[in-house]
Design a protein around this ligand. Structure first.
Ligand code: E4P
Length: 221
């Protein structure tokens, strides 16, 4: 399973990129709004900051409701950074989003269908040609449903029917989500940088380092 980072914060993106774990970036309108920057400018900055990743998702804005409006926005977004091939157009899981997905995928543009909460939605998105589908597990857990089980079922279905779309486990809240979606067969988990930090840490690693440091200090050098 690959890691994408789920943020529009450049510092966090660079920190994850530096340690070599990053295969992509996902953003959404809420994450960009949090940064207080112009959307297209930040997408350009991200594309430049992480040239070796496979995908940087830029979501069409919530005021684009029809497929035509979404395609018009996508046509502007794909020009960013000299038609950067990593740009991925993130589209909502609506009929209009699927229509835009089918059109853009046929043109060779990468697409990520977002806000997926059922297996059937994932199946529709994959059939519409989505490069990526994004089930939101944390938000399902928040309403007492089982988000990891959804990822598991989508992965089974895609294997059974040999569907090419990659599953991005999204709305990941903690390290246990990461382990469980990896075991369930997600191709990618998109995670906040805080989750990467949590995964890297373990109290026994810290204790071990403290002991090495103390022993080293007391040794005759
Ligand atoms: C994924 O692409 C979304 O940006 C994201 O994972 C949403 O997560 P949230 O439920 O923490 O907002």
């Amino acid at each position: 399973m690959k890691f994408f980072i789920d943020t529009a914060n450049l510092k966090d993106i660079q920190s994850a990129y530096k340690i070599g774990v990053l295969s992509g970036v996902t953003t959404n309108p809420s994450l960009v709004a949090k940064e207080g920057v112009k959307f297209e400018d930040r997408i350009a900055e991200i594309l430049q900051a992480v040239p070796e990743v496979e995908s940087v998702s830029a979501e069409v804005t919530p005021d684009a409701e029809t497929a035509e409006e979404m395609i018009a926005q996508a046509n502007e977004l794909i020009k960013i950074n000299n038609h950067d091939p990593n740009i991925t157009i993130k589209l909502p899981m609506t009929l209009a989003g699927l229509e835009a997905c089918r059109y853009l995928s046929a043109k060779g543009v990468k697409t990520n269908v977002t806000l997926i909460f059922t297996v059937n939605q994932a199946l529709l998105a994959a059939r519409a040609g989505a490069t990526y589908v994004s089930p939101f597990l944390g938000r399902l857990d928040d309403i007492s449903e089982d988000g990891v089980l959804l990822v598991d079922k989508i992965a089974q279905l895609f294997r059974t029917h040999q569907l090419d779309a990659q599953i991005i486990a999204a709305s990941v809240r903690h390290p246990d989500h990461v382990t469980r979606v990896a075991m369930a067969g997600a191709h990618i988990a998109t995670v906040p940088f805080a989750v990467i930090e949590q995964i890297a840490k373990h109290p026994l690693t810290e204790q071990g380092l403290a002991k090495f440091a103390a022993d080293w200090k007391n040794s005759v050098q």
